[in-house]
Design a protein around this ligand. Sequence first.
Ligand code: 3PY
Ligand code: MG
Length: 251
Amino acid sequence: MQHLSIRLQTGERGLRGIFVGGPWADLIEMIGLAGADFVVLDGEHGSVWTELPHLLRAARSVALPALVRVLPRRPDMIGQVLDFGAEGVLVPGIRTVEEAENALASSRYAPDGVRGLAFSARSAGYGYRGGPDYLNTANRNVTVLLQVETREAVKSLPDILRLTGLNGIFVGPTDLSLSYGEQSRQTAKVLNIIEQIRQAAEMAGIPWGLFTGTPDNHREWYDRGSWYCATGVPNLLRPALTAWLERGHTR
Ligand code: 3PY
Ligand code: MG
């Protein structure tokens, strides 16, 4: 399985991800077999926690890189999900450079960070793949995407983009719109802010991407050079359910 961090380092763009909010191992396998580039197991707004280790196994079985979205301002959760075998983390709700630094440091072992080490963890093959080889590659292979979805993060963006170890930023248009007093992620104001974020990331040479609700929306950002976009299972299912329920059922 090629690590997401390596694909991004080589400058690959247009990666496609799916957020999965429930404990559905079969669905994760389907998403991998369908050819998605990564999956985000949503521990912020979803109910994945009880099954997380099994969901990560399902992703691994179809060579699908899995990021876990942890809770905001809970850097202690980061090492835990990485120990379970997550490929990386998506960190929501970042507001300040310090919060961004904490998230990055929690994702990497010393000397790059402060992640706690246990070779007995699944990430180190329960000790079978531990030792220097593991330590030398773990920091490089992990993917840490920080969400830019608050007004404060937009203000701190130039400093956040300079942080060592940042694999990319991920815009959360929904929270961003709320943070700017808007009630839709499609307003001119919100789109303008996302465009400013895009330009700042491009100038800094940092991968950027965002949550896209519809295929058209996805295509638009893909054409603008997004490194990755992701949507959620409900966004995929709603139109399919409506179409199936309505087609051929006119009473
Ligand atoms: C948002 O739009 O706020 C998100 O976090 C999408 O993942
Ligand atoms: Mg959000």
